[in-house]
Design a protein around this ligand. Structure first.
Ligand SMILES: Nc1ncnc2c1ncn2[C@@H]1O[C@H](C[S@+](CC[C@H]([NH3+])C(=O)[O-])CC(=O)[O-])[C@@H](O)[C@H]1O
Ligand SMILES: O=C(O)C(=O)Cc1ccccc1
Length: 256
């Protein structure tokens, strides 16, 4: 049977903790926004209700990772949070692999460790509590960095992308998802409205949306899509494409 019709490929249900995100409803809420224990407790609900196409993006990343994985190399998820992507990928891969999750929040990795217990029986799983800038990406064929570069200081982003490029094996793939801003102020205003309507549709009240926006100011700093692509090009990546975009969130793939 060809892969295209393999029903396993469509088992993309994510392993998400059910605790509801009400952090910005009553307070005290984290301002400036940080990945503390309160956030970690409700993180799965928060991200899946706040990022457009979150489930589809993770499934898409798993498809790309499966296609570009070179046996004997590492697959690295930078900013792995509670391990949701690695858990999905672990079920997707056809052969045992080394799956590495990097995150600088210990409480996130504690959740990830629990979530990855089953996957660990098949794959070698390494969870590293470290800032991404200090990590090596040697002997990797796939690096995923979803919604994490956006939190790093601007001058660190280019350095990190270059270090990922250097670590990847030839033919290796970077899968990058980010919040972006429009180069056109009028479109930016329109897209923001669409994004806020999306959040409201997912059950967030106007005050929660406003408070979180304030908390994220100067913490999550988005670039434009063009700036993001040019950073990837400057880091050495040759082919760049965008498999997904909705509202102010984009996923890019880049090849070494
Ligand atoms: N310098 C850093 N080094 C390492 N980790 C960091 C750093 N800064 C922040 N983090 C970690 O990056 C993650 C960002 S969340 C990623 C979602 C995940 N990818 C997902 O698809 O579920 C995105 C969001 O919250 O919007 C958090 O777990 C931080 O602790
Ligand atoms: O950009 C936003 O407004 C978000 O809410 C995205 C997000 C999701 C999870 C943690 C931090 C930011």
């Amino acid at each position: 049977m060809s892969d295209q019709f393999d029903p396993e490929l469509f088992q993309t249900k994510l392993y998400l903790s059910p605790e509801k995100d009400q952090l910005f409803e009553t307070g005290p809420w984290p301002k400036p926004f940080v990945f503390n224990e309160d956030v970690v407790r409700v993180f799965d609900d928060m991200i899946s209700r706040s990022v457009p196409l979150y489930r589809e993006v993770l499934a898409c990343a798993a498809h790309w990772a499966r296609d570009y994985y070179q046996p004997g190399t590492r697959i690295i998820d930078i900013g792995c949070s509670t391990g949701t992507f690695l858990e999905l990928l672990g079920r997707f891969l056809k052969q045992p692999a080394t799956l590495v999750g990097i995150d600088n929040s210990q409480p996130m990795l504690e959740k990830a460790r629990q979530k990855l217990e089953r996957i660990q029986q098949i794959h070698q799983v390494e969870l590293i509590c470290e800032t991404a800038e200090n990590c090596s990406f040697e002997n990797s064929s796939v690096v995923v960095i979803n919604y994490t570069l956006q939190f790093l200081p601007l001058q660190v982003r280019q350095k990190l992308l270059r270090s990922i490029y250097e670590g990847l094996n030839p033919g290796g793939l970077l899968f990058l998802s980010e919040k972006v801003k429009s180069a056109c102020p009028q479109f930016q205003e329109t897209i923001n409205r669409h994004y806020e309507a999306f959040k409201a549709h997912n059950g967030y009240a106007k005050t929660e949306i406003e408070r979180k926006k304030e908390a994220l100011e100067n913490v999550l700093v988005p670039l434009t899509e063009a700036q993001q692509i040019s950073m990837l090009q400057e880091s050495g990546f040759s082919h760049i494409d965008s498999p997904i975009k909705l509202h102010n969130f984009i996923s890019l793939v880049a090849l070494k």
